[in-house]
Design a protein around this ligand. Structure first.
Ligand code: FDA
Length: 303
């Protein structure tokens, strides 16, 4: 019930705009590296010095103004340049709706080409986050078109809660894709997505194992210790080297586990978001764990 309400609010454009104007982070600081690229790069350097890799995300989604989408593309390019200049162990993640997917597929594609061309020049990898089901097919289509030209600098995300996740993997298999595999963070209808955690978890494991068996690179993005343990055991049993996969977690979540995995010798990449458009991202983190609300209320009381 609470989860559904939070997910509904996460994609509410009016609330998003109001939050941006309001400016106060409602406890979002725990999950967001700062407002500016400089602040984010400082966090990247700190994490790198602790043996953690990073994927840097300039926050933003559901953009409805072409000028704003152009600006968002410029910001991603600046992020790529800053990563290269800092010689950081980092890549970028982005969302197509930030680059105007809802306005025009073709214009969004042009912005993506501009971004990925720069990423190739700077030898930085670009991950397209996967948004809700309504944008799933357009995102896969754009990934295919970009991968035709810019492989291996571009990657995509597979969401285990979708019934069609396995079919998508089969469709893209010949590209030898670099996937981030996740459970899925949006509110979806039961006609397209598993509803129960046990079903999602089971599908998640099967997708991870199948992708690793294909010999392709897997970023297993989860804070779920049972899934992490199953991946480790599967890799050991099937002699899959640690160069073929990495674990990914979100900035500010399960930090001790991130460090423990690095200590064990596993590659770990932290998803670090920055920027002023924190609302949608933050609300999805609340929905994943409604107990986070208590933390937020406490931090508001302190201000
Ligand atoms: P699960 O929700 O079962 O959580 C396992 C445990 O982790 C919890 O018991 C709790 O301890 C901890 N935990 C999980 N979420 C937490 C939170 N918000 N706050 C505090 N503790 C928390 N989704 C998507 O649809 N498209 C995408 O592109 C991405 N990208 C992405 C990148 C990375 C690096 C990660 C880690 C995740 C995503 N996701 C995503 C989000 C993903 O789909 C999923 O919603 C979250 O990772 C939560 O699911 P878990 O796998 O962590 O398991």
């Amino acid at each position: 019930m609470m989860k559904n309400l939070l997910l509904y609010l996460s994609s509410n454009r009016i609330a998003n705009k109001a939050a941006k104007k309001f400016g106060r982070r409602l406890g979002a600081d725990r999950f967001v590296a700062g407002d500016t690229l400089n602040q984010a790069i400082d966090v990247v350097k700190q994490l790198n010095s602790q043996g953690l890799r990073v994927t840097l995300d300039h926050l933003g989604e559901f953009v409805t103004d072409p000028a704003e989408a152009d600006q968002a593309a410029d910001e991603v390019i600046a992020t790529i340049d800053a990563i290269a200049a800092a010689k950081a162990e980092a890549n970028v993640s982005l969302k197509l709706t930030q680059l105007g997917l809802d306005l025009s597929y073709d214009e969004c594609f042009k912005r993506m080409k501009r971004i990925v061309a720069r990423a190739v020049e700077q030898n930085v990898f670009v991950r397209m986050d996967m948004e809700d089901y309504a944008r799933n097919e357009a995102t896969i289509r754009m990934y295919e078109a970009l991968d035709d030209v810019y492989s291996p600098h571009i990657g995509i995300v597979i969401q285990a809660y979708l019934y069609k996740a396995g079919e998508d993997m089969t469709r893209l298999k010949q590209r030898q894709p670099n996937y981030r595999l996740v459970k899925g963070a949006y509110k979806e209808a039961t006609t397209v997505a598993y509803e129960h955690k046990t079903d999602v978890d089971e599908n998640f494991k099967q997708l991870i194992f199948a992708h690793l068996a294909n010999g392709h690179y897997a970023a297993v993005a989860t804070h779920d210790e049972a899934i992490i343990q199953a991946t480790k055991e599967h890799a050991k049993q099937h002699h899959i080297p640690v160069t073929q996969f990495e674990f990914q977690m979100l900035y500010g979540i399960r930090t001790a586990l991130q460090h423990a995995l690095v200590k064990e010798g596993y590659p770990v990449r932290v998803y670090v978001p920055y920027g002023v458009d924190w609302y949608g991202y933050f609300m999805r983190r609340m929905a994943e764990r409604p107990e986070n609300l208590t933390f937020v209320l406490k931090s508001m009381a302190k201000k």
